[in-house]
Structure formats: C-alpha cells, structure tokens
Design a protein around this ligand. Structure first.
Ligand SMILES: O=C(O)CCC(=O)C(=O)O
Ligand SMILES: [Fe+2]
Length: 275
C-alpha cells in the first residue's frame, strides 16, 4: 500500500534544500504530503473547527426570535436556531475572497470588483481587511443611494439574506450590495465613492481580502410561516420579494407551495449558474 509522505517543515528554516527535495519528490510521486511543524497554531485550527461564525449567527438568530415574540410553545428563542443546526446539511459556506490589485489605468470607468447582488441565505457575516470598497444600496432614501460600509476595527458586518427576507414577509431587509474600487482610506465618515475615486485618481488599487460566512437554513427545513404575530399581521405582498429573487425565471419556485431551504437554494444556484 502507498504511504503518504510526511515532511518536517521545520526544515524550511534550517535546511531548505533538503526540504525542497522532499517536497518535490512527494509531489512527483503521489501529489499528497503531510506537513508537521507547519507553524499554524493548533488553537487557531481548533477555533476554525469550533466554527465561531456559526455560533455568532445562532446568537443573532436567537435575538430575532425574541424580537418576533415567537411563543415558547413553538420553540421560542430557539425557533431559528433549531432550523440552522451546524451538523445538519445546509448551504452554509465560508468563502475567502481576494480581489487582486489593479492599476488605475486598467480599470474602466464603471468597473467594479463585485457586481451588485443580494445574498441568498439567512445571514452573512463579513470580515474585511485593510482595503474597503463594500457599498450597500440604502433603501432608506428615495432614490436609493449607494452607501459605503467602511471597515471599522474590531467590528464585523452582518447582513440579512434573501431567505430571511422572504421568510419574514419582508420585515427584515436583504439589501443589495457591491464592491467598488477604492483606496484603503476606510474611516467611518467617508460618504462618497466618487469623491474617493477622484482622490485616488493617480493611485493604484490595492488587493482586497475579505472572508464571508453565509449562514443558511438546513436543507430540509420548510420555509413555512414563522409563528409570530408580528410577521403574520404584515400584509406585505411576498411577490415583490419573489420577483427580486427571480422566481419568474424559475418556475420551480412556486409562490403557493411551501418549499424547503434546500429546494430554494438549488433554484437560486440553478438560475445563477445555469448548469
Ligand atoms: O467582499 C466583499 O466584501 C463582499 C462579498 C459579497 O458580498 C459576497 O460574496 O456575497
Ligand atoms: Fe454578498
């Protein structure tokens, strides 16, 4: 039986020539290798597996359940949490994003880093590093205005996704957002992307890194009404929301049928990627 080689990465500092030979050989023979003494702290790895992002989302969802006054007989503050269990299959995904640096003269006038969209799931947690550029289309003004969401040290940004907007009959807003080119001037009081772009006219745009955790309901959860008087009393026409999530292009998203979170996500992904 083939054994997968283990390479002592401490050699990287002490004897890089031997280390490079070992890595070359492993890569030529089997293409897999273990590294020991790799320098990534075990506590950090443990934290990733504990999934602090999911835990934070569950706390936020608890607060939503409290705010919506879901009766204890229906699950009370655990109502959403019970539908977003970590061990159960769902569309949850952790994505690390890198937007490469660009020279000013390589960028077209209206070019942006990530096109406008809303997120599909229940909640998104976003971590941004050093270089800003996220903007959301504020629905508190008429007409809606692109509003920067600058990096604030020691803060994470949370946004509502389309599923939660739909589920809450439009009470919670899944706001359209995009990522534009901007410099790393990310103070909280910046207001205008155009001013920013003007100021940056002779600067290049640096790499932007962000990490997004998309929290979705479990695949088998039925998106039936939330047991909340506050939601049930709303007379919001859900067809506005269904329009937004493109159900017209996707006949499978039937307004009158209770679908599961998994079916909903599949429809969205099919509509986006057309595979
Ligand atoms: O990189 C960002 O800041 C935003 C990414 C985003 O909105 C997304 O991936 O859905
Ligand atoms: Fe997004």
């Amino acid at each position: 039986m083939t054994t997968i080689p283990t390479i002592d990465f401490a050699l990287f500092d002490h004897d890089p020539t031997t280390c490079s030979k070992q890595i070359k050989e492993a890569s030529e023979v089997i293409g897999f290798f273990y590294l020991k003494n790799h320098g990534i702290r075990q506590e950090l790895i443990d934290e990733v597996f504990e999934n602090a992002c999911h835990t934070l989302c569950m706390k936020v969802l608890q607060l939503f359940a409290i705010a919506l006054e879901i009766p204890d007989s229906e699950g009370g503050k655990s109502w959403f949490e019970n539908r977003h269990r970590y061990e159960t299959p769902s569309g949850d995904i952790l994505r690390i994003l890198h937007y490469p640096a660009m020279k000013n003269d390589e960028i077209g006038k209206d070019e942006i880093r990530a096109g406008s969209h809303s997120d599909y799931g229940s909640l998104t947690i976003l971590f941004q590093k050093d270089v800003g550029g996220l903007e959301l289309l504020s629905n508190t003004t008429d007409p809606p205005l692109w509003t920067p969401a600058p990096i604030i040290p020691n803060h994470v940004l949370i946004n509502i996704g389309d599923l939660l907007e739909f589920w809450s009959k439009g009470l919670f807003k899944s706001t359209i957002h995009r990522v534009v080119f901007r410099t790393n001037e990310t103070s909280a009081d910046e207001t205008s992307f155009n001013d920013e772009r003007q100021k940056a006219s002779d600067l290049d745009y640096q790499d932007r890194y962000s990490i997004a955790y998309f929290c979705h309901a479990e695949d088998d959860v039925k998106i039936d009404p939330i047991p909340s008087k506050i939601i049930n009393e709303r007379d919001e026409n859900v067809s506005r929301i269904l329009d937004k999530i493109g159900h017209k292009e996707n006949a499978k998203l039937d307004v009158h049928k209770v679908i599961t979170a998994g079916e909903y996500l599949k429809c969205r992904l099919d509509a986006s990627y057309k595979y």
